[in-house]
Design a protein around this ligand. Structure first.
Ligand code: PDD
Length: 282
């Protein structure tokens, strides 16, 4: 079966789907995106993703091009045409096509692209059982990481550093030695006192939808949560560490820069949250 993409109001074969070379997304990374997890044909937390998309658009002064209802209808159609029951839906909005000039064009309409791809979701439990390694890299991103911008070069380089080191993810570390987040995931630890800790949301990290739902689930389950920064050293000596995202769910971190975290195996809090999230999502 051939894949279908949605491009500016049309459903086109994926291998022919294209935007103009003067699309500002292509030339300036002038756009934002969302990645939705799809399980049994249903989006996970769609309202939160729409809310974040609208916020990202507002922050970069692009008008919301389609209502939530219209976006929802297109998403359902993209999933149907690609026969995706479990996988991801990618949605990107850029400022649109205009002759290259840094300032906003006087007249332009946003470009919207959506693709869907089948993927093993919920993720393979084996990944969970073994845990993953992360490497740390200096924070080189801009100061508005709360915007889900398509300008992902530092994230791309960081992820490749992780892969080159045989790790799964890279954690950005700010000038004061505190972990901000992963290249495409949020970062968590269980500290020496047993508190679940994740960095507070401000412009230094993306407010992850999975993070948000996990905080609620943890709270309901009586897990004590603190939203605060933690250093790499604290994470290395923490009882547990893990990452979260729409596509990773909850993945225990068992090694940081080659050193074991806690006992060097997935811990009970990560396991509990993974179970709660899986039940919530599936
Ligand atoms: N990444 N932090 C960053 C920098 C991210 O890119 C992401 C998501 C997250 C987790 O957010 P959420 O829980 O809403 O997925 C945190 C997506 C999955 C991606 O770029 O593929």
């Amino acid at each position: 079966m051939s894949r279908i993409a949605y491009v500016n109001g049309q459903y086109v074969p994926h291998n022919q789907a294209a935007v103009h070379i003067e699309d500002r997304g292509y030339q300036f990374a002038d756009g934002v995106y969302e990645v939705f997890a799809v399980i049994r044909g249903k989006l996970i937390d769609p309202a939160f993703h729409f809310e974040r998309l609208e916020r990202s658009l507002r922050e970069i002064k692009i008008e919301v091009p389609l209502s939530r209802r219209s976006l929802g209808l297109v998403i359902v159609e993209v999933l149907r045409r690609n026969r995706v029951r479990n996988g991801i839906l990618y949605l990107q909005v850029t400022r649109g096509v205009a002759p290259r000039d840094h300032g906003f064009p006087a007249v332009v309409s946003p470009s919207i692209v959506m693709t869907a791809r089948a993927m093993a979701l919920p993720p393979d439990p084996h990944k969970f059982e073994n845990g993953i390694g992360v490497v740390t890299v200096p924070e080189t991103r801009w100061r508005r990481c709360d915007i889900k911008s398509i300008a992902l070069l530092p994230n791309v380089l960081a992820k490749q550093d992780a892969r080159d080191a045989g790790a799964y993810e890279a954690w950005f570390v700010d000038e004061d030695g505190f972990v901000t987040e992963g290249s495409s995931t949020n970062a968590w630890i269980v500290d020496a006192d047993g508190n679940l800790v994740t960095r507070q949301t401000n412009s230094s990290i993306l407010s992850g939808i999975t993070r948000r739902t996990l905080l609620e689930l943890a709270d309901k389950a009586g897990v004590h949560v603190i939203e605060r920064s933690f250093t790499v050293d604290e994470a290395k000596h923490a009882r547990e560490a893990f990452i979260s995202s729409a596509t990773s769910f909850v993945l225990p971190v068992v090694r940081i820069d080659g050193e074991p975290v806690g006992k060097g195996q997935p811990g009970p809090v990560a396991m509990q949250l993974e179970t709660l999230y899986r039940r919530y999502a599936v």
